[in-house]
Design a protein around this ligand. Structure first.
Ligand SMILES: Cc1ncc(COP(=O)(O)O)c(C=O)c1O
Length: 409
């Protein structure tokens, strides 16, 4: 009997081959694009990446004793940037509830300059509880909304001063690079200051963007081409037969580590005209993605027994995830077993490649570490057929009933 294969990776690029080519032809543009677009109420500022824009903000606000309140788990780049600009004793953790979908406790501080909030798992966290805190400290609120809720909203809540977004390869919207932030026009100095910092950065070389996009071609095929991925899985199966050291799990881990969504070294750059053109073309192209992500995710949830939803998706509040990543939570001690289990069925999965906790110690840090270590990405649903979604749901049930239930949570 032929084994049923899920022809989807734990990542997905919402672009077709024609869009892909257009990002190359954009490199030849002779038009000049501004680094910002001014609307009635707010200004959209473009950058080379989301992390680059965050570092620009940190440079703007930097002072010797900067005090920051922040959510405990951040994208690796955000965590590193915060640790670069803020002394560990001045990084105060906002405690989240046990499902990591709401704020439980805001640190009591004498003063606070910035609050940095990251939204997780394709939905917004309710941050209205920070309203009093903001009023008291007159602090600026920055949010990483890359994996947050719908882009129909400029930010998750009106108290946010700077929501930041990525337009990288598996993001929403997608421009194969770049990022943007919205700033209310009332913050005139902040707008001018951040624009000035970005303008002074070294400009991304067109040749470099060209090379990076060429390198994304196999990534595009792995993540989006069902035939390519299925053929590769078959080849890998033969290779594994001869050499047990080769496995889909090891390959997925190594591939993602070597082909990150973004250049980790030179992100403090100014976007090239080619990248700006791609961003201008795609800034509003998120609706189709959001509805595809929502539809596929809703079907996935529908296939799951209500008993297992809170186990694997403790943060689920009835809204479909709008992220291209299909994230689940596993008890820390079962993660390796889970990854091996899915690999046995040739299902690609990867242990948390995105988030990190801070290096300094703080109260209850072990809870965040445990949660963070339990994050796993399983195949991304947008590219999957209904039968594959059903198969993936079946495997979650199998794992739960075999390994999780008896051991208790
Ligand atoms: C939640 C989150 N924040 C920030 C980023 C960084 O975005 P960029 O690659 O544009 O710097 C990512 C990228 O994966 C992300 O998932």
């Amino acid at each position: 009997m032929v084994k049923r294969v899920i022809k989807a990776a734990p990542d997905y690029l919402a672009l077709n081959f024609f869009d892909f080519i257009r990002h190359f032809t954009n490199l030849f543009t002779s038009k000049e694009y501004n680094l910002w677009i001014e609307s009635d109420k707010y200004t959209t500022i473009f950058g080379y990446s989301c992390r680059g824009l965050f570092e620009v903000c940190m440079q703007y606000f930097y002072k010797e004793d900067l005090v920051v309140a922040t959510t405990p788990i951040q994208h690796t780049s955000f965590r590193n940037i915060l640790e670069k600009y803020v002394k560990p004793e001045n990084i105060h953790i906002i405690r989240l509830n046990k499902n990591y979908n709401g704020i439980e406790e805001i640190p009591k501080l004498d003063n606070c300059d910035l609050a940095v909030i990251t939204h997780y798992f394709g939905q917004d966290m309710d941050i209205s509880v920070l309203s009093e805190f903001k009023k008291k400290h007159n602090c600026i609120i920055i949010e990483d909304r890359v994996q947050g809720g719908t882009l129909d909203l400029l930010s998750s809540h009106e108290i946010v001063d700077i929501p930041i977004y990525s337009m990288g390869m598996d993001k929403r919207p997608i421009a194969l690079g770049g990022g943007f932030m919205y700033i209310n026009n009332q913050h005139k100095e902040l707008i001018e200051g951040t624009k000035k910092i970005i303008e002074a950065l070294p400009i991304e070389k067109t040749g470099k963007r060209f090379k990076e996009m060429v390198k994304k071609l196999p990534t595009f095929l792995f993540y989006n081409s069902r035939i390519f991925l299925a053929s590769f899985i078959e080849l890998l199966r033969v290779a594994t037969f001869f050499n047990r050291d080769i496995s889909l799990l090891k390959f997925a881990k190594a591939y993602r580590a070597k082909n990150p969504g973004f250049d980790r070294e030179t992100f403090l750059s100014k976007p090239s005209q080619g990248l700006l053109k791609s961003m201008y073309q795609n800034l509003d192209n998120y609706k189709k993605m959001e509805s595809l992500f929502a539809k596929k995710y809703a079907y996935f949830i529908e296939c799951l027994d209500p008993e297992i939803i809170p186990y694997f998706f403790p943060w689920y509040k009835g809204n479909s995830s709008l992220s291209s990543y299909n994230t689940i939570q596993i008890e820390e001690h079962l993660v390796d077993q889970f990854l091996e289990f899915l690999t046995e069925y040739d299902i690609t999965c990867i242990a948390n490649p995105t988030y990190k906790v801070f290096n300094h110690s703080y109260e209850n840090k072990e809870v965040d570490v445990k949660f963070n270590n339990g994050i796993v990405y399983i195949p991304s649903t947008p590219n999957m057929k209904r039968k594959e979604i059903e198969l993936l749901a079946d495997k979650l049930h199998d794992f739960y009933h075999t390994f999780c239930k008896e051991k208790g949570k």
